[in-house]
Design a binder for this molecule. Structure first.
Ligand code: NAI
Ligand code: CS2
Length: 487
């Protein structure tokens, strides 16, 4: 069991002295691997270097992962993060910033009460792209989403993160308490603005005066987050146990790289997170957001779908395939052309750094994990790049081939896909089993992914249909080689 002995072994026992004095001023929704390997670790390091004890975290899962919460509670909410570098060097860090953990799926009230306390000054989120219940093409809240429909009818007993945020803000307003800042740490474009718009639309449907209060007083800064944190495997848990001599059932492994770029707009103050490496406060995250989502995540999804089709289990295996590596470089170049970044930003160097990060064979980042929830990812990772190239009449062949791979992946009758739109995707594929052109156009009709304009752009439809044909006729390696030779 993780305890003070572990702290002594890691020579951080000082970190636990006075831990009981830590005040939880942050509530986090989405107690997942990334939260534990990024925000919670950064907050822990910040409190260690600053000596401040008033930025502890209450972390909650509102959907699933009950066992993780129970395991964390059983070890006093302590856990470790092992940063694994490409050369095999491992650095194990004990994290003590989470002082409360909740599983709030069955009963939201304790969580909402915690969020309503005046001491709670920031609410952070890593609830996955699907957790926002929004149309990824437009960014708008899906008012017909079954859980949103439930929450609008039962605003005091919400199931969604959006509903929970509004319920907690309503309680604060009723108690005459200022609102907290909402800080999304998810890979969605304009995550602060989109969360704000979803909260305001929901609040307007519940109570117009509440919506005005939120609009005027609550802040929703956007942020760009970057650290590769794969789902923890049994091998990871065993590695940590061998290293520490005790079991850590909430252990996280990740790469050494980390980045967190945050708009500095916090209504009730914030920690000086930038006292620790990798964190920067800015006025506008837009240039960084597009770079990260289109180059890093765009390449990640490309490697995930072509890697899966090519029977590569991990990203590091996929990127070791020469044709796939070359095609990924071309995709990143295609994305880089769309970016308006500061002159000092060397996008070629960024691309090469990404390939090194992807090639980290010490991290078992599974292609299947990244391939999950594609309906919530490809819009911001690929389609925004495609739209730019359509506007500029320039080529986007790697992205077209990526879409072909995604459609082939989700259409495979033997592939069980994890995606909130799995049923629609499978039905679309099954409707046109032998008519590739009709099937491709049917996918484009999925509005929450492709929006209004792409499906009616004949150039786009033609380009992607051709890519699908190339993939069908030449196979994975043949299609990659063809694109590499001709683009
Ligand atoms: P994870 O699977 O470990 O955790 C997912 C979390 O989301 C869990 O706490 C789960 O309870 C919650 N969740 C899932 N569906 C939800 C819903 N509909 N409503 C509310 N909560 C929901 O995944 P991980 O690695 O923590 O990633 C979570 C998110 O963090 C990603 O979707 C991404 O947006 C962001 N992220 C992840 C990175 C990574 O490398 N793992 C890196 C950068 C960002
Ligand atoms: C990945 C991201 O699972 C995925 O979709 O592309 O979680 C990726 O690991 C992070 O964005 C890296 O910062």
């Amino acid at each position: 069991m993780l305890n003070t002995t572990t702290a002594e072994k890691l020579e951080v026992s000082y970190r636990l002295s006075g831990r009981e004095a830590i005040q939880p001023a942050i509530v986090h929704l989405g107690l997942g691997a990334f939260h534990r390997g990024h925000l919670a670790l950064i907050s822990d390091e910040f409190m260690a270097v600053s000596g401040q004890r008033n930025w502890g975290i209450t972390s909650a899962n509102i959907l699933g992962d009950k066992t993780l919460v129970e395991n964390l509670q059983a070890q006093d909410n302590l856990y470790t993060v092992t940063e694994i570098h490409p050369d095999g060097h491992r650095e194990c860090k004990l994290v003590s910033s989470i002082v409360n953990s909740l599983h709030a799926e069955d009963d939201r009230l304790p969580l909402i009460e915690k969020m309503s306390e005046e001491d709670t000054r920031i609410v952070t989120l890593t609830i996955t792209e699907k957790g926002y219940c929004t149309n990824m093409a437009t960014g708008e809240l899906l008012l017909d989403h079954p859980l949103i429909v439930h929450d609008l009818a039962n605003p005091e007993h919400p199931k969604t993160a959006i509903g929970i945020l509004v319920a907690a803000l309503a309680a604060r307003r009723a108690a005459g308490i200022k609102p907290f800042t909402v800080l999304s740490c998810d890979n969605i474009p304009d995550n602060g603005k989109r969360t704000r718009n979803a909260v305001l639309l929901f609040a307007t449907a519940v109570n117009d005066d509440l919506a005005h209060w939120i609009d005027e007083q609550c802040t929703f800064p956007s942020a760009v987050v970057d650290r590769i944190v794969p789902a923890t495997t049994q091998e990871d848990l065993q590695m940590v146990k061998n290293k520490l001599g005790v079991e850590d059932k909430a252990a996280v492994v990740c790469e050494g790289f980390r980045q967190w770029i945050i708009e500095d707009n916090f209504v009730m103050g914030r920690p000086d997170w930038d006292d620790v490496p990798g964190v920067t406060f800015v006025e506008d995250v837009r240039p960084y957001k597009e770079m990260k989502l289109r180059m890093h995540n765009g390449a990640h999804s490309f490697l995930a779908y072509f890697g899966s089709l090519g029977h590569h289990t991990t990203i590091s295996e996929a990127v070791s395939d020469p044709e796939l590596r070359k095609a990924t470089q071309k995709l990143m170049k295609c994305a880089a052309e769309t970016l308006d970044v500061p002159a000092y930003q060397n996008l070629q160097a960024y691309s090469e750094q990404l390939l090194q990060r992807f090639a980290n064979t010490e991290l078992a980042h599974k292609t299947s994990q990244i391939a999950m929830d594609g309906s919530q990812k490809i819009t911001q990772r690929w389609l925004e790049t495609i739209c730019w190239h359509l506007d500029h009449n320039s080529s986007y062949a790697p992205l077209a081939l990526g879409l072909a791979a995604w459609m082939k992946y989700v259409s495979d009758p033997d592939t069980v896909i994890e995606d909130p739109m799995a049923a629609e995707l499978k039905l679309t594929a099954e409707t046109y089993p032998n008519n590739l052109e009709a099937r491709t156009k049917a996918f484009f009709k999925l509005h929450s992914i492709f929006g209004d304009y792409l499906p009616i752009d004949e150039r786009f439809v033609r380009e992607v249909t051709i890519a699908c044909r190339i993939l069908e006729r030449r196979g994975v390696q043949g299609a990659l080689h063809y694109m590499n030779e001709n683009f």
